[in-house]
Write a protein that binds this ligand. Structure first.
Ligand code: ADP
Length: 211
């Protein structure tokens, strides 16, 4: 059983799956219903974690950063964010909405980098304790479809975005494995639909936990 925190929600998925689009829609929909929300971005969100983010995403370190250093840096950034932002916000009664959290580490480092799901979960327990989202929604999409959306969006790819398609396929499978293993906490939804259709399902699932 995972230890999770009430009113803490997360959207996950490979880049281009539509997480950020859906998180913004979700935040507006919840605020319209009177919930006070805080949106967070992983990795980053507070000064120490943003500096770690800079290290993690810097294309200059491509091929140099060890997989374990990467794993530990993500966890370090997360521990600081929990301490400075997430726990205080939840204590004030806010709804916390995360754009990526520990399931990213599970999928990207555990499966993408093949570091092993159990090792990653063990580290997550140390990092997060009981501060895990009560519900994580995985925007599930075909890797090539996600890529095409990213290309349409434009901009320079960061170090992780430059990985090859088989890496993202493993990441996708990691998310799906999480949804099978932890169905109470992780739900995969079909992200190859219109933003409106996806949002209807996202909002319904989140509201079912809030009421
Ligand atoms: P992520 O945060 O997962 O990387 P974004 O929300 O930034 O994804 O979306 C990536 C791109 O795809 C953006 O240009 C966005 O406008 C577009 N997009 C988002 N959701 C959909 C959707 N359901 N159908 C088509 N395009 C979408």
């Amino acid at each position: 059983m995972l230890k999770t925190a009430k009113r803490f929600f997360c959207l996950e998925g490979i880049d281009g799956s539509g997480k950020s689009t859906q998180l913004d829609l979700l935040k507006s929909a919840l605020e319209e219903r009177g919930f006070s929300c805080l949106k967070i971005r992983e990795p980053g969100g507070v000064e120490i974690s943003e500096r770690i983010r800079g290290l993690l995403l810097d294309p200059a370190f491509k091929g140099r950063m060890s997989d374990k250093a990467e794993l530990l840096l993500y966890n370090a950034a997360r521990a600081q964010l929990i301490h400075e932002v997430i726990e205080p916000a939840l204590a004030e009664g806010k709804v916390v909405l995360a754009d990526r959290f520990s399931w990213s580490t599970y999928a990207y480092q555990g499966f993408g980098r093949s570091l092993g799901a159990e090792e990653v979960q063990h580290l997550t327990e140390i990092t997060c304790g009981g501060c895990l989202p009560e519900l994580t929604l995985v925007m599930d999409i075909d890797v090539a479809r996600g890529r095409a959306r990213m290309e349409k969006r434009g901009g320079e790819p960061d170090r992780l975005e430059q990985e090859k398609a088989d890496f993202f396929e493993r990441v996708r499978q990691g998310y799906l494995e999480a949804s099978r293993k932890y169905p109470e906490a992780v739900v995969a939804i079909d992200a190859d639909r219109t933003p409106e259709d996806i949002q209807r399902e996202v909002l319904q699932l989140v509201l079912s936990r809030l009421t």
